[in-house]
Design a protein around this ligand. Structure first.
Ligand code: SAH
Length: 346
């Protein structure tokens, strides 16, 4: 099978070109076509001699994203894509417009192994990892379709980025490369359900991205009910790793907390959360749980959300409720792909 050319680091592409007997400046041209100008075929590399393009195309291909479905929110312009991959699988990406520019939420895997009970991405289980170039192509395809430059990125779509660690790290390197899109690492957030050893690895890289941790519970009893990963890495191990991350990188951790009526939204839960997080450089992002057709969780009331914020803030922990965008197009992850799968299965 051919390899994905978009996944190649510059040095790898360069040694390939030089080994084939071509001058090194060709690597710069080719890399720029792929990573800066975001082409999706060898034909578009008009200043590269045909024989080089032909040789490369025998070994490499562009594993891109084809738009299968595009939904645009009438409320706030949020755009949701269902992309088809080279092997017929699907992933979702969402582009949001903010005052500071465009932000994309990308998927890192087809499906997910983690099995969080409130999450639509878990339905149907795990299929495969995305290659670095495939994650890049989510960004490139959206930019091309919208005719805009995307300058913020969150790894919060389908999949667990730290369960596809090597490809995700390579993706981040490629996207932030100054010879390519040159996206600022400060504009990237990575969200994890808590793969503890990889949080240490990431901390030691001192990358400057924002780490979001999907906590969703103040203790093991509640967390284990909805997040199977908690039986492997429990809340104390997770928070110890988070403390290490914040201390090593100097970056504030963002804890995600989906508020589910009757499950994790009591005053006691807020107090326990506050005492556990005390002393960690962090912010708490409260998310009223999104309705997923296959699940019957309900959002916490506005009053509960406010109580949570008050209790956390009383011990000096900043907390906000995340604004919902694209509510009319089911913009939260996994739902479009899940409905596509259902349609296929029928
Ligand atoms: N696997 C990673 C990233 C993907 S999910 C992670 O777990 O962090 C992105 C965020 O959406 C996570 O915080 C996840 O817990 C949250 N999420 C999933 N389903 C949700 C739902 N129905 N309502 C609110 N948040 C949800």
């Amino acid at each position: 099978m051919k390899e994905d050319i978009r996944s190649l680091a510059f040095e790898e592409l360069n040694s390939e070109i030089v080994n084939l007997g071509f001058p090194s400046f060709r690597s710069k041209q080719i890399y720029s076509w792929i990573q800066e100008k975001c082409v999706s075929s060898f034909d578009e590399m008009t200043n590269v001699p045909l024989n080089i393009r032909e040789i490369l195309s025998q070994k490499y291909e562009f594993r891109g994203c084809k738009i299968n479905t595009k939904l645009v929110s009438k409320i706030d312009g949020t755009v949701k894509y269902l992309f088809e991959l080279y092997d017929g699988e699907y992933v979702e990406s969402v582009v949001m417009k903010y005052k500071y520019g465009y932000s994309i939420c990308v998927s890192s895997q087809v499906g997910c192994k983690m099995g969080c009970t409130f999450c639509a991405s878990a339905i149907g289980g795990f299929v495969r990892n995305l290659a670095a170039g495939e994650i890049l192509s989510e960004v490139f395809a959206a930019q091309k379709d919208l005719g805009v430059k995307i300058n913020h990125l969150v790894l919060m779509g389908t999949g667990e980025p730290l369960d596809n660690y090597d490809n995700v790290m390579r993706f981040i390197e490629l996207l932030t490369d100054e010879k390519g899109q040159n996206l600022s690492i400060r504009h990237i957030s990575l969200s994890t359900c808590g793969i503890v050893p990889k949080i240490y690895d990431l901390a030691d890289k001192k990358l400057g991205l924002t780490l979001s941790v999907s906590l969703h519970a103040p203790n093991n009893e509640i967390r284990s009910k909805s997040m199977p990963v908690n039986s492997k890495y429990d809340i104390d191990e997770l928070l110890t790793a988070c403390r290490y991350y914040a201390e090593t990188t100097g970056r504030r951790i963002s804890f995600e907390y989906a508020m589910i009526k009757g499950l994790n939204d009591s005053d006691e839960a807020a107090k326990e959360l506050a005492s556990r997080l005390k002393g960690i450089l962090c912010h708490v992002n409260l998310i009223p749980v999104n309705k997923v057709t296959e699940r019957n969780y309900e959002k916490s009331t506005l009053d509960r959300q406010k109580r949570f914020i008050d209790i956390l803030q009383s011990v000096g922990i900043t907390a906000t409720v995340r604004r919902t965008l694209g509510s009319d197009i089911n913009a939260s992850c996994g739902q479009l792909r899940a409905s596509k799968r259902k349609a296929v299965v029928k």
